[in-house]
Design a protein around this ligand. Structure first.
Ligand SMILES: [Zn+2]
Ligand SMILES: [Zn+2]
Length: 332
């Protein structure tokens, strides 16, 4: 019974805590932005906007139903895994101890007139570095074959809804929890060491100021069927919803593009940026030979293990064949 209450509490928290991405306030702001966009930019009438936004073919598609199941099942799985994951406090302590043992970076006397700016500096630095580590981790999930097997679950979605953000394999969840703990641990320890104990996040309704605005301004539209793009120059600074939809496109030329979350600068610098101009997406997902039963819940959970097993056995086999070839050459 207690277990069930815990599950319901976590689901409730996801929709009613402003720190969470699918907080009801952010979902409502995404609906409002969609209405404004379709009415003003696309010149549609209210009824057309309504049918487009609440398209039942999207929200009740096989793919979306699989997303809803994964959302619930992952909550249960991560409930068991979270106590064993490394905490950011442990990481912060290790970094803090290290900073005390070195002499290159020294604490700053905090009796300055600009002391009130430190929390803003801290909040922005954390948000930017968090975005950078998300970009790096995401790019690695695409580039390293073993990690791609795990990340494929997210890309197997054929329709996108705000809940698709939860369509991930639990192993990806673990990787991202570790990433977040590392980033938070390092930034907190660094600021605590340099500026002393007056560091706090600037928050709105308990959420990080920057995350609050990112979500309020339509972060949920990234996983949606509403194609909202920015001016070309702005898409080189911030990732538009359309740019993440390009990231989900089945087209070969769109593969491995737009790994960024908030900032497009990382993609721009590393040559993986794809702006929305002339890049409209027709179909989401990955090729059928990449993921056979994309809406089968059990398959979504076991397919990364099958994929990883195949990669490892292929590697071992090629090593074995190489050794045999070498022995044959030496013998002859
Ligand atoms: Zn991806
Ligand atoms: Zn996505």
């Amino acid at each position: 019974m207690e277990f069930l209450t815990q599950i319901i509490d976590t689901i409730y928290e996801n929709f009613f805590d402003p720190k969470k991405r699918v907080f009801v306030g952010y979902l409502l702001s995404a609906i409002l932005i969609s209405f404004l966009w379709l009415c003003i930019v696309k010149k549609k009438n209210l009824a057309e906007c309504f049918h487009k936004i609440f398209d039942k073919n999207i929200f009740f598609s096989k793919s979306a139903k699989a997303d809803y199941f994964l959302f619930i099942i992952n909550i249960i799985i991560l409930m068991f895994l979270s106590p064993v994951l490394i905490t950011q406090l442990a990481i912060a302590t290790v970094v803090f101890e290290y900073l005390h043992s070195q002499t290159l970076l020294m604490p700053i006397n905090s009796d300055s007139h600009y002391q009130f700016l430190i929390p803003y500096f801290f909040t922005i630095t954390y948000f930017v570095l968090d975005d950078l580590t998300k970009f790096i981790t995401h790019a690695l999930m695409h580039k390293i074959p073993v990690l791609w097997e795990i990340h494929k679950t997210h890309h197997s979605a054929r329709t996108l809804t705000p809940i698709t953000i939860f369509r991930t394999h639990p192993l990806e969840g673990v990787i991202f929890v570790i990433r977040s703990a590392l980033t938070q641990g390092v930034v907190i320890a660094l600021f605590y060491y340099i500026y002393g104990d007056n560091i706090t996040f600037i928050t709105v309704l308990g959420a990080n100021l920057m995350s609050f605005w990112f979500h309020l301004l339509g972060s949920n539209l990234r996983h949606s069927h509403i194609w909202i793009n920015y001016w070309n120059w702005l898409e080189k600074i911030f990732i538009s919803p359309a740019q993440h939809q390009i990231h989900h496109s089945i087209k070969k030329e769109h593969h491995n593009k737009n790994f960024g979350v908030t900032f497009a600068i990382w993609d721009y610098v590393f040559g993986t940026l794809c702006t929305s101009k002339d890049n409209e997406v027709r179909k989401f997902g990955i090729a059928e030979n990449e993921h056979k039963y994309e809406h089968n819940i059990l398959y979504l959970y076991i397919s990364p293990f099958i994929g990883i097993y195949k990669i490892i056995s292929k590697y071992i086999l090629s090593r074995f064949q190489n050794t045999n070839k070498k022995t044959f050459i030496i013998k002859n």
